[in-house]
Design a protein around this ligand. Structure first.
Ligand SMILES: Nc1ncnc2c1ncn2[C@@H]1O[C@H](COP(=O)(O)OP(=O)(O)O)[C@@H](O)[C@H]1O
Ligand SMILES: [Mg+2]
Length: 263
């Protein structure tokens, strides 16, 4: 079982879109059994994966895993609209739990998610786990970093100034310091479009980044925005849009990098 965490402390860089698309492609094109974990208390990934049926969640989710150290995972895992993808959702209680930890009213144990994933791995239920992280370090984000094998960092280069680039490099250093065991699979350039700023930013990134930059870049596409509104993976909403095709090419690159077979 491979576990990927999609991380960047910046918001709006395509973390949730990338996490949803990775889970969708692994399940549909690669026929893997995938568990999607929503570690962002905003619940964007949960809403997308459940097609808005979040009222069916009955309360238990990642918050309960982090709070009570749950090991009986059938209570917190749900089916999604995508065949082959199950979800451990972000429910209402996740934001509350994060706040209680910040206030010192609850004790944060950053290894609880990892312990749960060890149990799930032993049972052999899933081939891959994809964790969508929030745009800040929180108990759920650090639990995700502690639980994953590889990190993928989406970065919207058109939005980066030189200082933004330095911030990204520093962020990667911080992640590596916090979790030396973790492999940074690479930075994925998202929402790319042809412009001198975007091209310069990607070029600088390729020259200065301390970690690999994926060869494939994800182009900016209105279909990606539409799919977010429609609460569908872009590969389902518009399979031949630039973003959907780029995500398929990127997943092939990722699996090849890991020595896994792909379609
Ligand atoms: N390739 C893309 N082209 C155009 N818009 C995109 C693309 N990827 C993501 N977006 C849009 O950017 C916004 C932020 O994306 P999201 O995945 O939610 O970022 P994050 O999770 O990092 O905050 C969303 O409205 C989404 O539809
Ligand atoms: Mg998000």
């Amino acid at each position: 079982m491979r576990t990927y965490a999609i991380v960047n402390r910046k918001g709006g860089v395509g973390k949730t879109t990338t996490a949803v698309e990775l889970a969708f492609i692994l399940a549909t094109s690669c026929e893997q059994r995938v568990l999607f974990i929503d570690a962002d208390s905003q619940g964007d990934g949960t809403a997308l994966m459940m097609g808005g049926r979040t009222d069916q969640l009955e309360g238990a989710g990642l918050a309960e895993v982090l709070r009570y150290d749950l090991a009986y995972y059938p209570d917190v895992i749900y089916t999604t609209d995508i065949a082959g993808v199950d979800i451990l959702p972000a429910t209402e209680g996740l934001g509350d739990f994060e706040l209680e930890c910040l206030l010192g009213q609850e004790r944060a144990d950053l290894n609880r998610l990892r312990s749960l994933l060890d149990v799930i791995a032993e049972d052999g239920e899933y081939d891959a786990v994809v964790i969508d992280c929030p745009p800040y370090y929180s108990v759920s984000c650090l639990s995700a970093l502690a639980a994953c094998d590889s990190i993928i960092i989406p970065a919207d280069c058109s939005a980066y100034s030189t200082t933004g680039m330095a911030g990204l490099v520093r962020q990667i250093d911080n992640i590596r310091r916090a979790c030396p065991q973790v492999n940074v699979a690479g930075v994925l350039v998202t929402q790319w479009h042809r412009s001198s700023v975007g091209e310069d930013a990607v070029q600088t990134l390729r020259e200065e980044s301390p970690v690999p930059i994926f060869r494939t870049v994800i182009r900016r596409s209105d279909k990606a925005v539409e799919s977010t509104w429609a609460r569908e993976p872009v590969g389902n909403w518009s399979p031949f849009s630039a973003a959907a095709r780029d995500y398929r090419a990127w997943v092939a690159e990722l699996l090849e990098q890991e020595g896994q077979n792909h379609v």
